[in-house]
Design a protein around this ligand. Structure first.
Ligand code: NI
Length: 111
């Protein structure tokens, strides 16, 4: 590991109260593994995707609707809030295998 990186790691470990560098590294590895499983694994996950967009931007709303119609088994519910004259908030509730949710393709050129 480059010395400059080790120095930053040690500074962070001290700031976070770790008693040793290896404990700090072990926690970082654990956090990465949890994130990897959540994003790529075969486990069933449930969660939300939250978007804020300008509904005057051409095609955004239609694209969002298309995506939802293409993945009704993954996007199980939606909430739409008209925030102000320009902005919409959309919350998609998603459920499925982590990798499938993460990699769900868009509607593509044919809609
Ligand atoms: Ni709206």
């Amino acid at each position: 590991m480059p010395p400059a990186l080790v120095a930053q790691l040690d500074a962070m470990a001290r700031a976070k109260g770790y008693r040793s560098r290896s404990r700090a590294v072990a926690d970082m590895v654990r956090a990465q593994l949890v994130q990897h499983r959540a994003e790529r694994g075969n486990r069933q996950i449930v969660g939300t995707v939250t978007l804020v967009y300008d509904h005057h931007r051409r095609g955004v709303q239609a694209l969002l609707t298309d995506i939802q119609h293409h993945h009704p088994h993954l996007i199980i519910s939606t909430l739409h809030v008209h925030l102000d004259r320009h902005h919409c908030l959309e919350v998609l509730a998603v459920r499925g295998r982590a990798g499938e949710v993460k990699d769900a393709p868009g509607p593509g050129p044919c809609g």
